[in-house]
Design a protein around this ligand. Sequence first.
Ligand SMILES: [Mg+2]
Length: 168
Amino acid sequence: MNLFPERFFDSVDEVPFQSEYESGVRGIVFDIDNTLVPHGAPADDHAAALFGKLQDIGFRTCLISNNHEQRVRPFAERVGALFECDAGKPLKRGYLKAMELMRTSPEETLFIGDQILTDVWGANRAGIRSFLIRPVSRDTDPLQVKLKRILEIPVLFFFRRREQRKNP
Ligand SMILES: [Mg+2]
């Protein structure tokens, strides 16, 4: 059971997308809530600009969310991404569906999300590299997410310790 992301970033804006493209990544899978916008918020100009930039670089993009179609479809349409709703993270099936939609292999795919026990765990199970993002707004987390964040604390502790040993 691997719960560690490959890397951690304070926001999606810090991810080096261009160098990921140059190293062969062709599809990026995103979580929505608290990765791109506060939980439940609509796609904003910032999110639309990010996806525009990614599509200009040449990436295919797909949103996977455990939320329902009425939440996910309007967001995906605004940013011009493929989507899979009711994805059942941390099960593998949503990630596999995303790769099928983008026509990418696991080696060409990168996942970006804000939760260890759903997003990162599922990506690791599906054999996709995962980047963990600091949540946009913890205040907007529903109760079950707040509880999961308590369980994330020891994982983050050991992840950060490992990172510090790599980069003292
Ligand atoms: Mg999330």
